[in-house]
Design a protein around this ligand. Structure first.
Ligand code: CA
Length: 428
C-alpha cells in the first residue's frame, strides 16, 4: 500500500483535499497548467447497504472487533458531499500562483512564526530526534490545517468512518484503497487511540479521511504517528507536539536530509535552453552553476556535489527552481507540485527568507480539462506521444510538448497555457 499521506495511491490526480482546501473550496488543488488532471469516470456501484454489510465483515476479519465495526458502520448512510468532492477534483483549473499565494499569506506567515516561538522547546526536541527542521514541520502544519484552527470548524470536519465508507462503496476505481483506510480508522477507534470528545464517538478528519493537525490518513497514522509529549497517546488531533513529531517521523522515514532544505529559486542566464528544465534529469549544483544558473537570493552553496533537478512550473517566463532530494520527500505528503512548492515557500518565509524573486506570468490562462485533452490529441496527431489523451498533463505530455515546441522554434519549457494551445490549433 502506498502510504502517501494525502494522496491517492499511484496517481497524480489532485490529492484527497484536506481540510483547509475544503474550506477554500479548492476541490482540485491546484494544479498548475500542466499539472491539473481529470477525475475518474463515475462507475456503477452496488447498493450501499450491501457494500456496508461487506465492509463490516471485512473489518471484523481484519483486526477490528465485530461490535466496533457494527457500532460504527451499521445503519450508516453515505455522505453525498464526499462523492461530489471526488468528482469535482481535477476539472477545476487554477494557476499555480493562485494556489501558492492563497496559502502563503502574511497572516499564515505571522501565525507560523508565533507557533515557532510558542513551541520552540518541543520543536527543538523534535528536530534533534528526527532530523527535520522546525520550519518545514510548521509549514506542513500551516498548509494542512492552518495550525490546527480548522479542526475546530465542525462545518468542515467530517466523521472519517462515514467518509471512508462512502468512498469504499462509491468510488470503485479505488475501493480497495478506501477500504484499507477505513479498516485502519476502525482499528484506531478500537484501540481507543483518538480523543473523541469533539463529536462523541466519532473519529474526525477531512472528507477524504485525513486526520488531525497534519492530516494523516489512517494507515499513515498507524505506521508513522508517535506519542512525543509522553501522555501515552499518539494524539495528532489535539496535541500539536504529537502531530509535528509524527510528521517529522514520516519525513525522516521517506529520506529527509537534515540541513539541506528543499532547493531554491534560481535565475536563468540569457538564452537558456528551457529543455534542460525537464524535471527529471539531475545534475550537480556545480553543473547547474556552470550552465549559468544563479541563486535568486544571495546564498552560499557549500555542497556543490548535491544533485538537483530544474523545474519551470509556469514556463520560461515564470520563476525557476532547483529541487534537491528533500523536495521529493515533500511530494510524498502530497503529489501535487503546487502543494509541495507551497510548503517549500512557507518554510522559507517562516525562516525569514524573502519570497520568490521572479513574478509569475499572471496573464496566462491555464487550460480546462477539455482543452488539455485537445492539446494532447493534437500533439499525438503530430507524432509527439503524450502518453494518452486523458486531460492529465504529466511528464510524458510535457516531454511531448517540449519536443513540439523545439520543432517550431518556441522555448521548449513544456508549459501548456491557452496561448500554446491557440498556436498548435492554428498550425496544421
Ligand atoms: Ca501524546
Amino acid at each position: 500500500m502506498d502510504d502517501r499521506i494525502m494522496s491517492t495511491p499511484k496517481s497524480r490526480e489532485g490529492r484527497h483535499t484536506g481540510l483547509r482546501a475544503l474550506r477554500l473550496g479548492i476541490a482540485a488543488l491546484a494544479l498548475a497548467p500542466g499539472l491539473a488532471v481529470a477525475a475518474p469516470e463515475p462507475a456503477p456501484t452496488p447498493p450501499f447497504e450491501t457494500c456496508r454489510t461487506d465492509l463490516i465483515a471485512w473489518a471484523a476479519a481484519h483486526d477490528v472487533p465485530q461490535p466496533v465495526a457494527q457500532a460504527q458502520l451499521g445503519g450508516l448512510e453515505p455522505n453525498p458531499d464526499v462523492l461530489a468532492a471526488t468528482r469535482n477534483q481535477g476539472e477545476f483549473v487554477r494557476p499555480i500562483w493562485d494556489y501558492i499565494e492563497a496559502s502563503v499569506t502574511p497572516a499564515r506567515i505571522e501565525a507560523g512564526q508565533r507557533k515557532l516561538a510558542e513551541l520552540a522547546t518541543p520543536l527543538a526536541a523534535i528536530e534533534a530526534r528526527y532530523g527535520v527542521d522546525r520550519y518545514t514541520l510548521v509549514a506542513f502544519w500551516g498548509v494542512e490545517s492552518t495550525y490546527g484552527t480548522v479542526l475546530d470548524d465542525l462545518a468542515v470536519v467530517k466523521p472519517v468512518v462515514r467518509s471512508l465508507a462512502t468512498l469504499s462503496c462509491g468510488d470503485p476505481s479505488r475501493a480497495a484503497y478506501w477500504r484499507d483506510e477505513l479498516t485502519a480508522a476502525l482499528q484506531i477507534l478500537a484501540r481507543d487511540e483518538a480523543p473523541l470528545d469533539k463529536m462523541p464517538g466519532v473519529l474526525t478528519g477531512s472528507w477524504a479521511g485525513a486526520m488531525g493537525h497534519t492530516q494523516f490518513m489512517p494507515t499513515v497514522y498507524q505506521q508513522h504517528a508517535v506519542d512525543f509529549d509522553g501522555d501515552g497517546k499518539r494524539d495528532i488531533w489535539t496535541s500539536a507536539t504529537d502531530a509535528l513529531a509524527s510528521t517529522a517521523n514520516y519525513l525522516r522515514a521517506h529520506g529527509w536530509r537534515f540541513g539541506e532544505g528543499w532547493g531554491y529559486e534560481v535565475v536563468l542566464p540569457e538564452g537558456f535552453d528551457a529543455a534542460l528544465a525537464d524535471e527529471t534529469t539531475p545534475r550537480s549544483l556545480a553543473a547547474w552553476r556552470d550552465l549559468g544558473l544563479k541563486p535568486a537570493h544571495d546564498r552560499a552553496i557549500p555542497d556543490e556535489a548535491t544533485q538537483a533537478t530544474l523545474i519551470l512550473p509556469a514556463g520560461i517566463r515564470g520563476p525557476a527552481f532547483l529541487l534537491r532530494p528533500n523536495f521529493a520527500v515533500i511530494l510524498r505528503y502530497n503529489t501535487a507540485l503546487a502543494y509541495a512548492l507551497t510548503v517549500a515557500q512557507l518554510s522559507d518565509r517562516l525562516r525569514g527568507d524573502p519570497g520568490f524573486s521572479r513574478d509569475w506570468p499572471r496573464g496566462d490562462r491555464p487550460l480546462s480539462g477539455d482543452e488539455r485533452r485537445d492539446l494532447q490529441s493534437r500533439l499525438t496527431e503530430r507524432g509527439y506521444a503524450s502518453g494518452g489523451v486523458d486531460g492529465k498533463i504529466g511528464p510524458k505530455t510535457r516531454a511531448a510538448l517540449r519536443a513540439y515546441q523545439g520543432s517550431v522554434g518556441l522555448p521548449a519549457d513544456g508549459y501548456a497555457d491557452a496561448a500554446l494551445l491557440e498556436r498548435i490549433r492554428a498550425t496544421p
